[in-house]
Every structure is written in C-alpha cells, then in structure tokens.
Design a binder for this molecule. Structure first.
Ligand SMILES: C[S@@+](CC[C@H](N)C(=O)[O-])C[C@H]1O[C@@H](n2cnc3c(N)ncnc32)[C@H](O)[C@@H]1O
Length: 328
C-alpha cells in the first residue's frame, strides 16, 4: 500500500512504517504444534497451508471463511488467479479437509463466495457438514457490465457440524420502519413501538441481507484491503452463531474484520493471514477496538435497516496514528 493523496473527510485507516515495525512483533508464526493458549486472541502471519499443521484440535465454535473468490484479484502484490470450477473446488478441498479437525462438535461454519465460487463451495461443504442455508448479501459495489447484469450480490453459506448448534435469533433481529402501523381494538400498537425517531418493529432476519454496505472511505472501519467485509456483517454472524467467550477462527483474516468484531462482542478469536501488511493492519484495528467497541449499523443490541434514517455512527474520534510505544 503506497501513501495516497486523500481528502480530509477520508477516514481510511492506514499503517505507517513505524506502526508496522511495532505491530509485527505481536504476530505469531507457528513452527511446532500449538495449544489453545498459544493462539488465543492472536493473529498468525503465515500461509494457511503451513499454519494448519500446527493448529490445536477441537477448539473452534465458529469458523468464518472469506477466501479469495474464484476471480483474479491482487492482494497487496499476491495475485489470486481465476481458474476452472473443478480446480477451484480442488483448491478449497486442499485446506478445508485439514481444517475440519479444529472444530468443536457443535461448531458453525460460514463461507463466503460469489456466484462463480458457489458451486465449488456447495460441493465441499456438503461433503463435510450439514448445510443450513445460503445467505445472499446485496452488495452494492462494482462496475456495471456492457453485455451482462452487474454483479451486485455475494453468497454466504451457513453449515454446522451437527444438529445441535448455537443460534441466537433474538440477538440478530432487524429494526425496520413500520409502513402500516396497525392497532388492536384498544388502540394499542400491534408488534411495533413508537419512538421519537418514528414507528419501528423488530423483525426476524431472512437470508436476504440488504441492510449493509461494503466499507467505504468515509467509514472509520475502512482500510485499503480490496475485499474488506463490513463489521456489521460479521456482527450478525458472530451474534447469531456464538456466545460470549466462544472461540472464532478466520483462516483468511485480511484486514482483521472477524477478529475485531469478535473482540468488540466479547468472543475469543484467532486469525490467519499470509500478508504482513494486512496482519499488522488487523493488529492496529484490534488495538483500536480496546477504546471503541462501536459497530456501524448496530446499536443498543439492535441492527438497523439501511436507510431507516437511524443509522448512527457513535465511533469515537480515535487518533489516526496510534503511538507504537503506547501499544505495549
Ligand atoms: C477475501 S480476503 C479476506 C478479507 C477479510 N474478510 C476482511 O474483512 O478484510 C482473503 C485474504 O486471504 C489472504 N490469503 C490468501 N491466500 C492465503 C493463504 N494461503 N494463507 C493465508 N492467507 C491467505 C489474502 O492475503 C487476503 O487478505
């Protein structure tokens, strides 16, 4: 990531050389079998294929996987090249088969992809787990195509190891504006509440997610990572499929979103990322999460629908440059 000219309103989180040097000391590199305490709340800066050999067994409650999709993408100089569906399936299998051992018997698994990756994901998931759902996220970003439909969606597959698993439906309800405010015979509101901001109802979340945007430059969670997931997306998954104190693993950590949200929500975490810069960025975000536990679009235990007029950002004004000496 090179220094870019940015507008004053641009909140994109950057990493100075000094921070990189200091934060890289916090990263882990596994060379021998690790136990739970070794990897607890750590970022492993290593190729997954190498790290996987040394991970403990049966310690993960929630596995969130956001691998490179079957597309050509540059991750800070490391290119992932689009391949045939069968080759991508083989690539998924090469590490998925080895990750199964880290899961607890009641663990949940989420894996992201686009329509070009989903066939392979389905094939591999059903080989090892019980598939529960496929969430479609309406992701409003990307270029329009001249001779095709613009791609504006992503899939998030949800599976479990067993039939017994955690699902906290009350923690992931969506606060929606009431269009038809019905009242009963006594004039009392039916299933909705009147607030200073309008009339709202808490609704069951479906497998179509239209209430989140990708991080963009005016959001404090934004980094230069090309495929960063929004914190709100991870908050839904972590709240639904884990409990406080559970262990969340992300083997393709990127800019650290999973670990950061896990920390903000009181879960334990570990992330694996082969790029040093992204690993340091994750550590910087984890440091900032010490001071600021807010998650844009999630407030007072409730997810707000997009454009409800209630999406507030309580993010505190964290200094852009954390002094490395204050980190340790
Ligand atoms: C789709 S991105 C994940 C983005 C992440 N969810 C976030 O919010 O920032 C995939 C990440 O996997 C990393 N990666 C690719 N191959 C890897 C490997 N073999 N081992 C570890 N990390 C890898 C890439 O550097 C990239 O940052």
């Amino acid at each position: 990531m090179t220094e870019k000219e940015r507008s004053k309103l641009n909140k994109t989180l950057v990493l100075s050389e000094r921070e990189k040097e200091a934060l890289s000391k916090k990263l882990l590199h596994l060379k021998s079998p690790a136990n739970l305490n070794d990897v607890l709340n750590k970022t492993i800066n290593q190729d997954l294929m190498e790290a996987i050999k040394y991970l403990p067994e049966g310690f993960v409650d929630l596995l969130f996987i956001d691998p490179p999709y079957n597309l050509t993408e540059d991750f800070n100089g490391n290119a992932f090249k689009q391949m045939s569906i069968s080759s991508y399936t083989e690539w998924l299998e090469s590490w998925f088969s080895k990750l199964v051992k880290v899961l607890k018997p009641n663990a949940s698994i989420y894996i992201c992809g686009d329509w070009q990756s989903s066939t392979s994901i389905h094939t591999i998931l059903e080989k090892y787990f019980t598939i529960r759902n496929r969430i479609t996220w309406e992701r409003e970003k990307g270029r329009g195509a001249k001779a095709n439909w613009k791609n504006s969606s992503e899939d998030i597959w949800f599976a479990t190891v067993n039939d017994e698993y955690t699902f906290n439906i009350e923690d992931v309800k969506l606060k929606r504006k009431v269009i038809a405010p019905y009242v009963d015979n006594d004039g009392k509101a039916k299933d909705w509440n009147s607030t200073d901001d309008g009339n709202f109802r808490l609704t069951h979340p479906s497998n179509i997610w239209t209430d989140l945007t990708v991080p963009f430059w005016s959001m404090p969670e934004n980094t230069d990572h090309p495929t960063q997931k929004p914190e709100k997306l991870l908050a839904k998954i972590i709240l639904a499929s884990s409990n406080a104190g559970d262990f969340v693993l992300d083997p393709f950590l990127g800019s650290g979103t999973t670990s950061v949200v896990a920390k903000k929500l009181g879960r334990n975490y570990c992330g694996i990322e082969k790029d040093l810069e992204y690993s340091c960025l994750s550590e910087k975000r984890l440091e900032m999460a010490e001071y600021d536990k807010s998650i844009q679009g999630y407030e007072d235990g409730v997810f707000f629908e997009r454009n409800s007029g209630l999406v507030r950002n309580k993010a505190k004004n964290i200094p852009q440059m954390i002094q490395p000496e204050k980190l340790f």
